[in-house]
Design a protein around this ligand. Structure first.
Ligand code: SAM
Ligand code: DTB
Ligand code: SF4
Length: 347
């Protein structure tokens, strides 16, 4: 039987042993744990918007928004509240339950935080869950965002501690851990994961997941990104990861953090539908929905609607304290099962 107790003391060797399980055994265990904690047919749907694009001073070797790489990304300043609100309304109308806003900053200035706080208040007012990823935050900045109604803060560890220095030189792993501490202390939920396919070893993928699973609390959302290779970035042209290794990473994340939402994040546009289906079986239960991530592509909406239909998946309805955020990315089917999946099963 799978070990279903939620643990915070995983060792690297234990995590590596999970990666080394026969593929079918690993997927069986991960799916069993998944079913104990989640509806296996429900997928949480988030939409992502780049509210401040490009021109970033950091040197993350994967990122098209770093100013130092010639990637063709045009730097843009912070969007206005009105412009973001329009996009948030469109995301809500398209069926997203969470709106995630990304900014290409090393960390925001205090005056930027005040502007983002205004944006968060407005988006929250639409009845959407809010998430932001703005780089490093001080404790006071995290408090300001929490007061504005920010539900989640996305800040990824990205890779194993010992591989971090090969990918990013302009900040330290400890800086990431410190920001996560400020976010937790402010009372926000953390969205924290990483990127695979950057040339790391399997043991280093295990190291990333072990670090995530031994944080003071498991991140409520765990985005697993597959590297999107972008021309002009140092990691462009690197050997692509075996898709089954990506599925294994999702499965191990599910086993280590049973109650968290595991997001099949960047890289879906480059991924075969069958691989995505395996990821959902292995325990992924969240996606970004909409044609763009921050600067790169995501599957188009029609494609995802069809995929949900083909796999009988339905968008997760998020229950908030005072209301339910209804997520329905498919046409309503009055005669269907009532879960917004467009199927013809009776309620
Ligand atoms: N600047 C802030 C930061 O780095 O925390 C927020 C925005 S940054 C673009 C958010 C995350 O996007 C990164 O931590 C990384 O995990 C992910 N990301 C960036 N470029 C990517 C790529 N080419 N492929 C996959 N994930 C990527
Ligand atoms: C996360 O883990 N992945 C998203 C979100 N958090 C902000 C970002 C993916 C970015 C992919 C590259 C791009 O579109 O620029
Ligand atoms: Fe800047 Fe974030 Fe991109 Fe790194 S990942 S270059 S910090 S935008």
């Amino acid at each position: 039987m799978p070990d279903t107790a939620t643990r915070h003391d995983w060792t690297r060797a234990e995590v590596a042993a999970l990666f080394a399980l026969p593929f079918n055994e690993l997927l069986h265990r991960a799916h069993s744990v998944h079913r104990e904690h989640h509806d296996p047919n429900a997928v949480q749907v988030s939409t992502l918007l780049s509210i401040k694009t490009g021109g970033c001073p950091e040197d993350c070797a994967y990122c098209p928004q770093a100013a130092r790489y010639d990637t063709g990304v045009q730097a843009q300043k912070l969007m206005s509240v009105e412009a973001v609100l329009e996009r948030a309304q469109a995301a809500k109308d398209a069926g997203a339950s969470r709106f995630c806003m990304g900014a290409a900053w090393r960390g925001p200035k205090d005056r930027d935080v005040l502007k983002v706080a205004e944006i968060v208040r407005a988006v929250k007012g639409l009845g959407l869950e809010t998430c932001a990823t703005l780089g490093m935050l001080s404790g006071a900045q995290a408090d300001t965002l929490k007061s504005a109604g920010l539900d989640y803060y996305n800040h990824n560890l990205d890779t194993a501690p010992e591989f971090y220095g090969e990918v990013i030189h302009t900040r330290q792993y400890q800086d990431r851990l410190d920001t996560l501490e400020h976010v937790r202390h402010a009372g926000m939920k953390t969205c924290c994961g990483g990127i695979v396919g950057m040339g790391e070893s399997r043991d280093q993928r295990a190291g990333l997941l072990q670090t995530l699973a031994t944080l003071p609390e498991h991140p409520q959302s765990v985005p697993i990104n597959q590297l999107v290779q972008v021309e002009g970035t140092p990691l462009n042209g690197i050997e692509a990861l075996d898709p089954f290794e990506f599925v294994r990473t999702i499965a191990v994340a599910r086993l280590l953090m049973p109650a968290s939402m595991v997001r099949l994040s960047a890289g879906r546009q480059q991924m075969d539908d069958a691989v995505q289906a395996l990821c959902f079986f292995a325990g992924a239960n969240s996606i970004f929905y909409g044609e763009k991530l921050l600067t790169t592509g995501n599957p188009d909406v029609e494609h995802d609607r069809a995929l949900f239909r083909r796999l009988d998946l339905h968008p997760l309805q998020v229950v908030e304290e005072s209301s339910t955020v209804h997520a329905d990315i498919l046409e309503t089917d009055a005669a269907g099962c009532g879960q917004g999946c467009g199927c013809s099963a009776a309620a």
